[in-house]
Design a binder for this molecule. Structure first.
Ligand SMILES: Cc1cc2nc3c(=O)[nH]c(=O)nc-3n(C[C@H](O)[C@H](O)[C@H](O)COP(=O)(O)OP(=O)(O)OC[C@H]3O[C@@H](n4cnc5c(N)ncnc54)[C@H](O)[C@@H]3O)c2cc1C
Length: 529
């Protein structure tokens, strides 16, 4: 490769939902991003149907949340029943999430992608090129070059036109989905995590408002496990396990689909917009980084959709990688910071994947005797509740050993409503996303000059509940209650909303920030003194 090559800070392959979040996040940080997507436009059909409060905060951070709220549906419960309508498990979705949003929402993915795409298009430093497929990757010491082939989707399949181009970036982000070419060209294998079931996925556009006694959840019927969900306010999904002996072509035919959903829907009430068979798998890339190439989303991990966390995990990858790339691209942090991408994200995703697989096995029990035993185990309380949602356990996290650190480090930080001279609203909207130092009082003015330099270098936003620098009014008491619960003087939250660490009640800020500079491998002369 070489010759007539366009240059970017970041070349990104793939413009699915995870790539859209990544492009918008990097664009908001001012980086020149060249996105290359093999299809001519956005994929028009839904896959993901659920997002949680953390992902909503991520969408908020890139300016996409308002538009997607138009159709999102706040769902309060995810239920699991057997074929006799007896409840096996209820997953509570009724609470207010710590991220400033309701715990869980059901969505229609094409509407969400419209909102994400618009957020990307508002970034002048991001150029999205549709109809280009990555076919080659080459790396040097401080660059990575991607060869692209132009293609069009035709009735007979995807056809390459023969046009080629090369682009070069300081880094390459592979957001190119389950069959990632960036991953395979980097020689990275996927490690199977043990699940492989085929399900028929059918989606409908409602012609009128519809309400069922059981609207959102799994029906664990061993004769044919299934589930049904609202996809936002205007669409519905019904999924059915493909059983031994089913003919995949026959089961996707409209007649067969209408007969499967006849208990709930008629063609007068809804329009069938697609029926397709997916293989639900679980796998994780054995490496998420190869030199200057980094993987995010389905390119890095796959999980069955029983927890609705596949895309959400990818959004977490994108938000996390963007702030790290920002520090490295700006010359503030060492390139080695990017090694923490997999160190932090893979255990988190693996834990969620294991939960999704365990729940998938509950649903996909087709032996009636085993299903009856499963039901009895749930009824008698012998099934342990799902484990708590994972936290970050390693990576850019404080080493402090005090009680406040133990309480909050690696967990999601809060977002509440604040008031400042700039106005009142959700904190990220009022003071901006990024590093946030939440404190009971002004602890910055008394800190060492080096500490203050580092905070400035990282553009840390202050949420000080007391008098002095960074004072904000804690309108709903969110932050005061949070600091009380943690018994912390202050908490430092990363740009991806995870808590880096806490300042214990009797500590100065300097220890926390010294450690942060080391963990980030900060390079600025100002912070090396
Ligand atoms: C039935 C079902 C239900 C689901 N439900 C949920 C849910 O409720 N919640 C949830 O969070 N997740 C859910 N998921 C998972 C979710 O859909 C995926 O995790 C998510 O779509 C992955 O997004 P992505 O951007 O990483 O990959 P993709 O959406 O696959 O996007 C990758 C993009 O890269 C492009 N591309 C691929 N190769 C190349 C190349 N060589 N050159 C250029 N471009 C390329 C593709 O065209 C595509 O646009 C569900 C999945 C399924 C199948």
């Amino acid at each position: 490769m070489g010759g007539d090559t366009e240059h970017f800070d970041v070349v990104q392959v793939g413009f699915g939902p995870v790539g859209q979040v990544s492009a918008a996040a990097l664009g908001r940080l001012g980086h020149r991003v060249g996105v290359f997507e093999r299809f001519g436009g956005l994929y028009a059909l839904p896959r993901a149907g659920h997002v949680d409060h953390e992902v909503m905060r991520g969408f908020q951070s890139i300016g996409a949340v308002e538009k997607m709220l138009d159709d999102a549906f706040r769902c309060s419960k995810y239920s699991w029943r057997n074929q006799h309508a007896q409840t096996l498990l209820d997953i509570d979705w009724s609470y207010d999430g710590i991220s400033g949003w309701a715990s869980d929402y059901l969505i229609y993915q094409p509407y969400v992608e419209d909102a994400l795409n618009q957020a990307v298009r508002r970034q002048p430093s991001v150029a999205v090129h549709h109809g280009w497929s990555a076919v080659g990757v080459e790396q040097g010491d401080d660059w990575v070059e991607v060869e692209l082939a132009q293609g069009v989707l035709e009735e007979t399949g995807y056809r390459l036109t023969g046009e080629r181009r090369r682009v070069r970036g300081r880094y390459l982000v592979g957001a190119d989905g389950a069959n990632s070419v960036v991953r395979s060209l980097s020689g990275i294998a996927m490690v199977d995590r043990g699940f492989n079931e085929q399900w028929l996925v059918t989606d409908f556009r409602q012609k009128m408002p519809l309400h069922f006694e059981f609207d959102n959840g799994q029906i664990c019927d061993p004769t044919r496990p299934m589930c049904l969900f609202q996809l936002g306010q205007t669409h519905r999904r019904f999924e059915f396990m493909v059983m031994p002996g089913d003919d995949v072509a026959e089961i996707t035919s409209p007649d067969r689909v209408w007969s499967l959903v006849s208990r709930w829907l008629t063609p007068e009430q809804a329009e069938l917009i697609r029926a397709t068979v997916y293989t639900f798998r679980s796998a994780s890339a054995e490496q998420w980084r190869s030199g200057r190439s980094l993987l995010i989303g389905d390119a890095a991990h796959l999980m069955p959709p029983f927890l609705g966390q596949g895309m959400s995990s990818g959004v977490r990858d994108a938000i996390e990688l963007a702030w790290k790339l920002d520090l490295v691209l700006n010359g503030k942090a060492s390139d080695r910071l990017l090694d923490t991408h997999m160190i932090e994200r893979r255990p988190h995703v693996d834990a969620i994947t294991d939960q999704a697989v365990a729940l998938g096995k509950v649903s996909c029990t087709i032996d009636p005797v085993a299903a009856a035993a499963r039901d009895q185990a749930f009824f008698s309380g012998n099934v342990p509740p799902p484990p708590p949602f994972p936290i970050l356990e390693a990576g850019v996290l404080d080493d402090g050993s005090g009680p406040a650190n133990a309480a909050v480090r690696g967990r999601l930080g809060p977002q509440g409503i604040i008031r400042t001279d700039a106005g009142e609203g959700l904190a990220d909207d009022v003071i901006g996303s990024g590093w946030q130092l939440i404190s009971r009082r002004d602890i910055v003015s008394s800190a060492q000059p080096r500490t203050r330099d580092i905070l400035k270098e990282l553009d840390v936003r202050l949420l000080n509940m007391g008098e002095g620098a960074g004072r904000v009014s804690d309108v709903n008491g969110t932050y005061t209650a949070y600091l009380d619960d943690a018994q912390a003087l202050a908490v430092l939250v990363r740009p991806d909303f995870y808590v880096y660490g806490a300042v214990e009640a009797d500590e100065p800020l300097d220890r926390l920030v010294d450690g942060l500079a080391a963990k980030l491998m900060l390079r600025e002369p100002a912070v090396q003194a």
